[in-house]
Ligand binder design. Structure first.
Ligand code: NAD
Length: 477
């Protein structure tokens, strides 16, 4: 673990193992932190907030250090992509093309934005001199999931650091390694000791201790709605402001004037990206009657043709899921879905990868049928799509909005007027037109309802979230 600028074991000396999901073998033994280590980390972050000068550094100087960190991430991209691929199972080429550079750019985006953000702003009011001040909160806690461990560290902590806060991170127990490597880069960038602290450990011990800690000033959780509720309750008791970035059951609505081939290719790629372990991906495909059969044929053929393999091999398009537990979850849903009446257009199931027999591979699956099926309603988090048909625009909107989730959907149509109209009727944090999974710095990304609350990431408002606002008023005589 990395606490107060020191590499340290857990106080209990306990460890846990992280696996290579592509081989099913142990990659490393990692310190199993618990409450005692979280106490140390929050203490170190508090000391750094008060004494290291980080919080009071001119925004320009802090931005220089964050750009230096981004430079180092870019310089170490090959190693980081290798670690991410080994620990998560994802294709190394995807980590190198997306996860690592996007994380670096997030530090650059918030560093630049923080320089342009006024710390003091006058407020026009009669008979008084008044102004508002933006100040960092103090210590911010972060708990992350295992699907994009490195990318999410950037999305989470970059705005918090740019605002002058210090942070304590609890990475997912399945994928702690890239976050630990990141700490070397934090040190090399010259960011003061204690500004970034990482406590590795299990959710119910280290994670719960961080969420419940009275010494944190803000909390951010990314993960499942069930754990999000527990984190939210703990923060509520301590009156700690928090944001929750939770799961999703995204829909793609395809009108019959869309290009069937292009949409089928794009959605097959979207639902198998990161072996389907993507919170915002399109897992419910709503297809207008007239193009249903042609779309299903094209999409099923694209999914069947994808190369399942070890993340380190260049040809691999779909790596393993992160763990045997996750594989069983996916297989269990397929079983329940079919028993519940879904048609198995592509049945999915265990995939055998030659030379990597112990890895946690699954074949992509395409189910179809009633919108009431469990696979049409619940988040599976694997390469599984569920296809349904609709007749009218209103029916499509109703079907999408039936979900308790509200993270991301897409609308596919050659008629941009209709696509825009429908996009704005879908209840979610994000809607894309004629594409799915589109991210850009400056465009807010977040969820509503079961998908989260308290503000999203990536947008300019996220920097605001990490400033505590204070007003100062002097009555004029
Ligand atoms: P999870 O909720 O099981 O775990 C997330 C993190 O919480 C892990 O670090 C875990 O150790 C920790 N944790 C577990 N129990 C805890 C407890 N009692 N108290 C505090 N922390 C605890 O989620 P997961 O399985 O790692 O990730 C998958 C989920 O994350 C999916 O639902 C996915 O949609 C969601 N997700 C959402 C976003 C987003 O931006 N909205 C991004 C990525 C993933």
């Amino acid at each position: 673990m990395f606490i107060g600028g020191q590499w340290t074991e857990a106080q209990s000396k306990k460890t846990f193992e992280t696996l290579d999901p592509g081989e099913g073998r142990v990659l490393a033994a990692v310190a199993a932190g618990d409450k005692a280590d979280i106490d140390r980390a929050v203490g170190a972050a508090r000391t750094a907030f008060q004494d290291s000068g980080w919080a009071t550094l001119p925004a320009n100087d802090r931005a220089v250090l964050l750009h230096r960190l981004a430079d180092l991430i870019e310089r170490h991209a090959a190693v980081l992509a290798q670690i991410e691929s080994l620990d998560v199972g994802k294709p190394r080429s995807q980590a190198l093309a997306f996860d690592i550079p996007h994380c670096a750019q997030t530090f650059r985006y918030y560093a630049d934005l923080s320089v342009r953000t006024r710390r003091r702003e006058p407020i026009a009011v009669a008979a008084k001199e008044a102004w508002s001040v933006r100040l960092p909160y103090g210590v911010c806690g972060f708990i992350f999931p295992w699907n994009f461990p490195f990318l999410l560290v950037g999305w989470g902590i970059a705005p918090a650091l740019a605002a002058g806060n210090t942070v304590v991170i609890k990475p997912a127990e399945d994928t702690p390694l890239s976050t630990l490597y990141f700490c070397h880069l934090v040190e090399a960038a010259g960011i003061p000791a204690g500004v970034v602290n990482v406590v590795t450990g299990l959710g119910e011990s280290a994670g719960a201790a961080l969420a419940q800690h009275p010494g944190i000033n803000r909390m951010s959780f990314t993960g499942s709605p069930e754990v999000g509720r527990a984190v939210g309750e703990a923060c509520g008791r301590n009156l700690v402001p928090m944001k929750l970035e939770l799961g999703g059951k995204g829909a793609a609505v395809l009108f019959d004037d869309t290009s069937v081939d292009a949409a089928a290719e794009a959605l097959a790629a979207a639902v198998t990206l990161n072996a389907g372990q993507v919170c915002c991906t399109a897992t419910r495909w709503l297809v207008q009657d007239k193009i249903r059969d042609r779309f299903i044929e094209k999409a099923a053929s694209a999914m069947k043709g994808m190369a399942i393999g070890y993340g380190g091999e260049p040809a691999t398009q779909i790596g393993p899921v992160v763990s045997e537990k996750q594989r069983q979850r996916v297989l269990g849903y397929l079983d329940k879905g079919v028993k519940g009446g879904a048609e198995a257009i592509l049945a999915g199931g265990v995939a055998e990868v030659a030379g990597h027999r112990n890895g946690f591979y699954v074949k992509p699956a395409l189910l179809g049928g009633s919108p009431d099926n469990v696979c049409a309603r619940e988040e599976i988090f694997g390469p599984v799509a569920y296809v349904m048909s609709f007749r009218t625009e209103d029916e499509a909107v109703e079907l999408v909005n039936r979900s308790s989730y509200g993270l991301a959907n897409s609308v596919w149509s050659a008629d941009l007027g209709r696509a825009t109209r429908v996009a704005e009727k879908l209840v979610a944090g994000n809607t894309w037109i004629n594409a799915h999974n589109v991210f850009a710095h400056g465009v807010p990304y977040g969820g509503c309802n079961l998908s989260g609350c308290g503000g999203g990431v990536l947008g300019p408002d996220t920097l605001e979230d990490y400033f505590r606002k204070q007003s100062v008023v002097r009555p004029l005589a």
